[in-house]
Design a binder for this molecule. Structure first.
Ligand SMILES: O=P(O)(O)OC[C@H]1O[C@](O)(CO)[C@@H](O)[C@@H]1O
Length: 637
């Protein structure tokens, strides 16, 4: 790969993962030993689960049977003895501090070069569980290996899944793909260097160079860049970034208004893999309108990141936009942070993208070992499976104790939930799988919902993200004798971890030295692989999102219905005198009486936006209203 100077500082690295080993006697928790007989049956009795011994591809039926038990627990009345309904894993966690210390040391994973640690000691999986899962992990490692070799790992869409190649192009299955990856990276670096260096400049800005980025995209075409900008952008980046990630006109207006006269020095990056996502298209049209109104030529400031020949790509090509970068068919939106989607905005903000790639590559390498205890992604998947019974029975609360990692949980929400939340498994069985992710940051959340986590409904496990370095060297000070501000943050994390565990709430802790491009790249890669391994354990396709289509289709139907409503209203409004209509009358004239409720909502929305007038009644009593259009459009009659 050509090395590029400037914003794309090149880095080389060698990899040597290392596990902290200990001669201390292993004392894993014996959670199951102290469970009631029936609860122990639920967790450990493999004889009762015929599939258990040959668990290669689907969650054990026995585990699926946990769902009713848990809904009983949630719905139990206040006077119901909680000990009768508390799920099995909330009991019997190891509490002896010395045994816990041994468990901590025994299971602690360290990646020396990345300065990353993974502590799974506060998840109560047993040795038996670990052994039972081993063959399934070996199967998932084989699946990951095939995926990396270019297998069609997304069978529904007939696609390869190649986000791992983006940071190690030599692994791409064909020379053509390798070339595509390397060429794109070089093009990103060159473009970013030229923009930051002022070689590529906006045509009519007094600043004489680009000062702002407006990123238009949604889902995987926004969440990674948002997370990385928050985590890594310097205090004074060469270009500041803001996002339009919705079709909310108010939000779009706000972003454009905030840019003000700097619109003239704004680089607009429109990101959409498919190139046809309505929210992104709308954002683009709104921004183009703002450019027109400001007398600016959008094409000189517009950049597209999309698949070749998509609608967006063709638009950008025909209109002669400033630049176009490819998204590859084999990279999914939610795993696209290391493609042009994430790398271009990052490089433009002065973030060292080669370090991000190096961190991800090192993490991928570590996750290729087939020894579960030495494989951090597998350890995460193991914990998720244990904590949520392999069926998502518990939610994953992600708590980074670092402001700059605020958006990590939001980023993970899509990565995990769009990947794992599936109705059917790969064999076509209805499984309704998933793993719910939420969280913001510590210690802030301690003053919000952690009260419930400690004492309320026990439907979660926590992942703490710890950052050891509080501030850059030389900036720290003691705000009271012997104690810094960062010590408080550290204390809050450790205190919460202990307090939750004391109340049988399990947790994982991921620790990094600092928030750097390298550690952020590694974190992304860690979770991408954990999702892949976990998906394989539960036998689902992590790389498609059929469920999203239903909402998109329904939205399209609403808009089609609105057009029919407008036609009917226009006809009535062109009459002399004007004929205001009730929702029922509109529904009848549209020949869809069954859509009356939606028609009411459509006219109420139109009235709220001065596009229709309520002649009689009020929206509080839907049957009472009569509505017409303020203007009659004769051309449409
Ligand atoms: O990049 P696109 O094609 O605009 O899609 C945006 C997002 O929409 C989805 O397809 C569905 O919500 C996501 O998977 C994707 O990240």
């Amino acid at each position: 790969m050509a090395s590029v100077s400037g914003v794309c500082t090149s880095s080389s690295s060698t990899f040597k993962p290392e596990r902290i080993t200990s001669r201390a006697t292993r004392t894993a928790t014996t959670a199951s030993a102290s469970l009631s007989p029936s609860l122990r049956f639920l967790r450990n009795d493999s004889a009762s689960c015929p599939n258990r011994s040959k668990l290669v591809s689907r969650p054990c039926d026995r585990l699926l049977h946990l769902r009713p038990t848990q809904s009983v627990a949630r719905e139990a009345p206040a006077n119901f003895s909680s000990s009768e309904v508390v799920p099995k894993e909330s009991k019997g966690l190891e509490k002896d501090p010395i045994s816990l210390w041994h468990r901590y040391v025994e299971w602690l994973y360290q990646h020396k070069e990345l300065g990353l640690y993974l502590d799974v000691s506060r998840i109560g999986f047993t040795d038996e569980f670990f052994k039972e899962m081993e063959p399934r992990f070996q199967a998932s490692f084989r699946a990951m290996e095939e995926l990396e070799r270019g297998a069609i790992a997304n069978p529904d869409e007939g696609r390869m899944v190649g986000h791992y190649w983006l940071r190690s192009s030599h692994l791409a299955p064909t020379p053509f793909l390798r070339l595509q990856i390397d060429k794109t990276l070089d093009a990103i670096c060159k473009f970013a260097d030229d923009v930051v260096g002022g070689k590529i400049k906006p045509p009519s800005s007094p600043a004489g160079r680009f000062t702002q980025i407006l990123s238009v995209g949604i889902g995987g075409s926004a969440l990674g860049p948002q997370f990385v900008a928050e985590a890594l952008a310097p205090d004074n980046p060469p270009l500041k970034i803001r996002f339009i990630d919705n079709t909310d006109p108010g939000g779009i207006d706000h972003q454009i208004a905030q840019l003000g006269s700097e619109l003239a020095s704004t680089l607009v990056i429109v990101i959409s893999k498919s190139g046809g996502t309505p929210e992104t298209r709308n954002g683009l049209l709104e921004v183009q309108k703002a450019f027109r109104e400001a007398g600016l030529d959008f094409s000189k400031q517009g950049v597209a990141i999309t698949q070749e020949n998509s609608l967006l790509d063709n638009t950008a090509r025909i209109e002669g936009w400033l630049a176009r970068f490819p998204m590859f068919d084999w990279v999914g939106g939610r795993t696209s942070e290391m493609s042009a989607v994430g790398l271009l905005p990052a490089a433009l903000q002065g973030i060292d993208i080669k370090e991000m790639l190096a961190g991800a590559s090192l993490m991928d390498e570590a996750n290729r070992t087939t020894v579960v205890k030495n494989n951090p992604a597998a350890l995460l998947a193991l914990c998720w499976y244990w904590a949520s019974d392999g069926v998502g029975s518990k939610d994953m609360v992600v708590l980074p104790y670092k402001d700059s990692l605020l958006l990590f949980s939001r980023y993970l929400q899509q990565l995990v939930m769009e990947s794992l939340g599936k109705e059917f498994d790969l064999d076509g069985n209805r499984v309704n799988q998933g793993l719910t992710v939420y969280g913001n940051k510590g210690s802030t959340d301690q003053h919000a919902y952690i009260q419930q986590l400690r004492e309320g409904v026990h439907n979660f496990f926590v992942t703490f993200i710890e950052v050891l370095r509080d501030r850059p060297p030389g900036h720290d000070w003691e705000l009271e004798p012997g104690v810094t501000c960062g010590d408080y943050l550290f204390g809050m994390l450790q205190g919460t971890r202990s307090a939750l565990y004391a109340n049988n709430r399990e947790s994982i802790t991921v620790t990094v030295q600092e928030v750097t491009p390298r550690s952020v790249g590694a974190l992304i890669a860690l979770y991408e692989r954990a999702v892949g391994i976990y998906a394989s354990l539960i036998n689902i396709n992590a790389y498609h999102q059929p469920g999203v289509e239903a909402g998109k289709k329904a939205a399209g139907e609403v808009l089609a219905l609105q057009k029919r409503v407008l036609t009917v209203l226009n006809e009535a409004s062109c009459k002399e005198p004007v004929e205001p209509l009730t929702p029922e009358e509109i529904a009848d004239r549209c020949h869809v009486p069954e859509d009356i409720e939606m028609i009411y909502k459509i006219v109420a929305h139109m009235a709220a936006n001065d596009r229709a007038i309520i002649a009689e009644g009020s929206c509080g009593s839907p049957r009472s209203i009569k509505i017409y259009l303020g203007e009659c459009n004769v051309d449409e009659l």
